[in-house]
Design a protein around this ligand. Structure first.
Ligand code: SAH
Ligand code: SF4
Length: 392
């Protein structure tokens, strides 16, 4: 294959406004909601105020029924209920791990399913959300990358994952009261579920803007981390248009190895990626870039790799997150041994970098990175088996 051939994105994007039926208010930016309200007959002069009111009901208090929006007139509430819906992805299954990790399987339009994982820790609660069904990229260690079907999630489906998790955690403030910033159960978002977020840029951006809006869910941009495999042209845009934290799936210290692990490297090799990261405008010592590095036995885990990694990222304010490989059935790699991971981490630590090794969480419910496909497939398989056994 020509190394510079464009990577095609054979993905389906659902139009924001379905041609028929009521329009979903979830996922609209403030401007889009204003336009929608005006189109539905709201006076232009009042539209901004109405957006503010509706926004607060939906995103601050988590209200789903227009009838409960008591600072709007009865007629106006009726008009809203006749014209719009407040629709979220449907939670199909919910599993809670022994360690408190929660995994939700949610169904979106078209019957597709995506997984959302909530990881509680002592000082934070992180929600891992998906940006696509499947992924167009084919990283060789990632189970999501072996899934054929791909579709971009809409902004509503992306922010909807945050909303259904807040429902389950029962974390909407009582209507009329203010949200307290302290001790939030869902305090952080990571875009590290299924999909490459920078191949669905606009929807991810709009959804995260809603999650950050101070009149609503109100998460700080510092508490949102977008993980990319290295879509170089979109990296600067991420800083400008979203302003969140950035994580990069680095995983290899030579182009030869990274080409094999993260094939997008053929399009944008290590040097180009590092240039984009050096220029990432929000980077400072307080807001470092996270380098994710999956530890694969005998592939990228030598002492030499660790030293090369340090050299490569020299001058970039960075954290290095070592991820023990999560094995999946048929995976072509093995997880590095604990001793190897420790030795690798030590070299990085000696060079002055924090090098946390990501603790496996929710293993009993297969909630780990890179496994966000297998559970669904297993369920499908067993359904097929059931059908077979029943002679259907
Ligand atoms: N597409 C984006 C975000 C989703 S993947 C990206 O690639 O960055 C989130 C993280 O999980 C990435 O760092 C990815 O490389 C890692 N990952 C994927 N499969 C994994 C596996 N089987 N074991 C450990 N980490 C994995
Ligand atoms: Fe896609 Fe990320 Fe998996 Fe690569 S690691 S296939 S970019 S989800």
């Amino acid at each position: 294959m020509d190394a510079k051939a464009p990577i095609t994105q054979d993905v389906l994007t659902i139009p924001r406004k379905l041609p028929e039926g009521p329009q979903n208010l979830i996922g609209l930016s403030r401007d889009q909601m204003r336009e929608a309200l005006i189109a539905a007959g709201t006076a232009e002069k009042q539209a901004k105020m109405r957006v503010g009111q509706i926004w607060q009901w939906i995103y601050h208090w988590g209200v789903r029924d227009f009838a409960e929006m008591t600072n709007l007139s009865k007629d106006y509430r009726t008009m809203l209920a006749d014209t719009f819906v407040i629709a979220l992805p449907e939670v199909v299954t919910r599993q809670v791990s022994d360690d408190g990790t929660r995994k939700y399987l949610v169904r979106i339009a078209g019957g597709h399913e995506v997984e959302v994982v909530y990881i509680p820790e002592t000082d934070r609660g992180t929600l891992c959300i998906s940006s696509q069904v499947g992924c167009t990229l084919t990283c060789s260690f990632c189970h999501t990358g072996t899934q054929k079907l791909v579709r971009n999630l809409t902004a509503a489906e992306i922010v909807g994952q945050v909303m259904v998790a807040r429902d389950d955690l029962d974390e909407w403030p009582e209507p009329g009261t203010r949200n307290t910033q302290e001790a939030r159960l869902l305090s952080n978002i990571v875009l590290m579920g299924m999909g490459e977020p920078l191949y669905n840029f606009e929807n991810v951006r709009d959804a995260m803007k809603i999650a950050m809006d101070p009149e609503g869910i109100s998460l700080s941009r510092r508490r949102i981390t977008l993980s990319t495999s290295g879509v170089v042209p979109e990296i600067a845009r991420t800083a400008q248009e979203i302003g969140c934290q950035l994580a990069v799936s680095f995983h290899g210290t030579t182009d030869e190895v990274r080409d094999r692990l993260v094939p997008i490297n053929k399009r944008w090799p290590i040097a180009d990626l590092l240039d984009a990261l050096r220029a990432y405008p929000k980077v400072s010592n307080s807001e470092r870039i996270t380098f994710e590095y999956v530890m694969l036995d005998g592939v990228n885990d030598s002492d030499e790799d660790a030293r090369r990694l340090i050299k490569l990222i020299d001058g970039i304010p960075a954290k290095i997150n070592l991820i023990p490989f999560n094995e999946w059935p048929g995976a072509p790699y093995k997880r590095s041994s604990n001793n190897r991971i420790r030795a690798f981490a030590e070299i990085i630590y000696q060079a002055g970098y924090a090098s946390p090794v990501r603790k496996p969480r929710g293993e009993d419910i297969m909630a780990a990175c890179g496994q966000l496909k297998s559970a669904t497939e297993r369920a499908r398989k067993s359904k097929a088996q059931i059908a077979q056994e029943a002679g259907l």
